[in-house]
Design a binder for this molecule. Sequence first.
Ligand SMILES: Nc1ncnc2c1ncn2[C@@H]1O[C@H](COP(=O)(O)OP(=O)(O)OP(=O)(O)O)[C@@H](O)[C@H]1O
Ligand SMILES: [Mg+2]
Length: 212
Amino acid sequence: MIITLTNQKGGCGKSTATMNLALGTAALNYKTALIDTDEQKSCLETLGDHSKSNLTLYEAREDVEDLVAEIKSKFHFIFIDTPPHSHHIMYRAMAVSDFIIIPLQASPLDIRSAKRTIDACERVQKEVGHDIPCYFLLNRVNPRTKLSKEIGTYIRELYSVPLLQSRLHNRVAYAQSLMHGKSVIEHSRSSDASLEVTKLLKEVHRIFQEKS
Ligand SMILES: Nc1ncnc2c1ncn2[C@@H]1O[C@H](COP(=O)(O)OP(=O)(O)OP(=O)(O)O)[C@@H](O)[C@H]1O
Ligand SMILES: [Mg+2]
């Protein structure tokens, strides 16, 4: 299963979510790859050497399709992190994906700015000639607000792309754990952050099984 996390908007949590999902999947004993297509190398530099775990890191740019074709058979899961503002790379990563996640922050401005990413996703689906499940992931939700219902309605009025039920809240654990090259699950298994990433992983795996 190949999962791309993408959104042309910078800073919405693509790399944070990609690393946590990839590390969480590897910890479940699945052979997992993470392809970093961002020249900022956020994932590669943050995670460093992971050669002893089930997670293998790769770097790619416009050649992401070739890399995926080459390594696909070796892994159960491949996660692709994409750069902001690079239409080409985002497009190519989407085209080889089985599942697309668009992280976004729970604000009207961020939601509206996802339009270009959604348009690209629709074009990719036409080009490849089949449906690629595509979902929004709300990130950095303030744990003390009950914004979810309103945000859900706001998103539905603008887009037909569904929203994952799981969401990631705004928590220092996301930065803290990555400071040690770890996911929030490895950092503290019983933390709220760990529980929400575990829930997200289960939801993504379940949706994929239902659709395949
Ligand atoms: N759920 C969260 N809680 C708290 N901080 C978060 C959360 N998600 C992301 N962040 C922080 O927000 C910032 C941007 O996150 P990240 O780098 O993952 O976004 P990005 O979409 O990959 O950015 P870019 O578009 O530049 O690649 C980082 O400082 C990260 O630590
Ligand atoms: Mg990033």
